[in-house]
Design a protein around this ligand. Structure first.
Ligand code: AMP
Ligand code: GLY
Length: 404
């Protein structure tokens, strides 16, 4: 089959790398791509937010399947346009992607489907926000209703700061604080059924020891040896299946990946967030361990033919993100990256890079994500950090405690 991946980040590089390994994938394209992706796919210029342009490119390339990576193109209607052009698409419709695009919509679906999550209030003005803050008490959790690239959530003990965030947003969801470790479960969905991928954990804060501001994610690992037995089955039963059934009931069949962010509270797993796409950087480690060929799996989702649960290789994978100077504030761009290489048990995924003459330079907040694997978590971690130590990028920073 011929496949076109839409996007240009670490997630899309990891997707392309795995698709390239699937013997069924005869031709692989990516748009707009990045210098890492160029090594495994043919890249094409495109505005990923323009549904017409993407559908036109997919038609011209005569691809059998389009895989939409990031959330913004999904919300913009790229999947809808591709399907209207008669091409199979992995990625929910614009309306179904509102499960990520609107926190209020996600809460409404969870309520209707009786999915365990934090109690919440949708607030449209300061008085409502103040009342909700006092109802739930500290620590306060205030979420911008719309897409905010991981920066819309404020968790604080400071009531004034919580209120200031509510004031700065048009509409917010204020909710009960969920205590307990966070895990990510990705479920592949074909519109009526769903199958789970392996559990992973993401490190969201910028600095060691979970200090500093929230980021898109500074590292991840899989599997989770400490996760309670039966957790995946429980989340499929209590969260994933009821959610896709509720969406289906509303005429919004969900085809793509449902990202479930969970807090493991003393009262059981509860949903912190849904995303309509693969998580980054969890995808890098999950795909590293995936044994079932990816192209066939994504095509089965797009055509409503999902079968058996995907199979994973034994062993562990760890990824460490190398972030630009000043990330997540205003990251420095255009710095030359030196020492790009791979080792026997580790490789580099490009997240925010571009070509400048003969050099590859930084071009985003999260620049690279280095993936190591091994028979156990400790060896995977050593292999990842060994390669991180060989890469040079002026001013860059990374966490030293991923998967420790
Ligand atoms: P979100 O964009 O909804 O994933 O929120 C970003 C981060 O904020 C999450 O990964 C959590 O660490 C934190 N967070 C969100 N909602 C809650 C909650 N109800 N209780 C505690 N922490 C939360
Ligand atoms: N790793 C978190 C996310 O992709 O939203």
């Amino acid at each position: 089959m011929r496949v076109l991946v839409i996007g240009s980040g670490g997630r899309e590089h990891a997707l392309c790398r795995s698709l390239k390994l699937d013997p069924q994938v005869a031709e692989l394209h990516c748009a707009p791509g990045n210098p890492g992706i160029e090594e495994v796919a043919t890249v094409h210029p495109v505005d990923p937010l323009d549904p017409g342009q993407v559908a036109e490119l997919a038609t011209r390339l005569r691809v059998d399947l389009v895989v939409v990576g990031p959330e913004a193109p999904l919300v913009a209607g790229v999947s809808d346009a591709v399907r209207e052009a008669g091409i199979a698409c992995f990625g929910p419709s614009s309306e179904a992607a509102m499960i990520e695009g609107s926190k209020a919509f996600a809460k409404e679906i969870m309520k209707a489907a009786d999915v365990p999550t934090a109690r919440a209030r949708v607030c449209a003005n300061e008085a409502e926000a103040a009342a909700a803050l006092d109802e739930f008490g500290p620590p306060y959790v205030v979420k911008d209703d719309g897409l905010a690239a991981g920066k819309g959530v404020v968790v604080t003990d400071d009531r004034e700061q919580a209120l200031a965030h509510a004031r700065a947003c048009e509409r917010v969801v204020i909710e009960e604080y969920l205590d307990g470790p966070e895990v990510s479960l990705f479920a592949l969905c074909d519109g009526s059924t769903a199958v789970p991928l392996q559990l992973a954990q993401d490190f969201k804060r910028a600095y060691d020891g979970d200090a500093g501001p929230n980021t898109g994610g500074m590292g991840a690992y899989t599997p989770l040896p400490w996760a309670p037995e039966g957790l995946t089955d429980q989340v499929m039963r209590e969260v994933v299946h009821p959610t896709i059934a509720e969406l289906s009931r509303r005429g919004l069949p969900y085809q793509g990946v449902l990202y479930v962010g969970l807090a493991l509270t003393t009262k059981g797993p509860k949903v912190v967030e849904f995303n309509a796409r693969f998580g980054d950087p969890e995808t890098q480690v999950i795909l590293d361990r995936l044994e079932t060929p990816l192209g066939g799996l994504l095509m089965a989702c797009a055509t409503g033919e999902l079968g058996l649960d995907p199979v994973f290789k034994p062993g562990s994978a760890v990824t460490v993100v190398i972030a630009a100077e000043n990330y997540p504030d205003t990251p420095a761009k255009g710095d030359v990256i030196k020492g790009l290489q791979q080792t026997e048990h580790a490789y580099v995924i490009h997240a925010g890079t571009k070509r400048a003459g003969d050099d590859i330079v930084s071009n985003g907040g999260r620049v690279l994500s280095v993936v190591g694997h091994g028979p156990d978590q400790e060896s995977a971690r050593r292999n990842a950090y060994d390669l991180v130590g060989r890469i040079e990028l002026r001013g860059s920073h990374h966490r030293t405690d991923i998967a420790r």
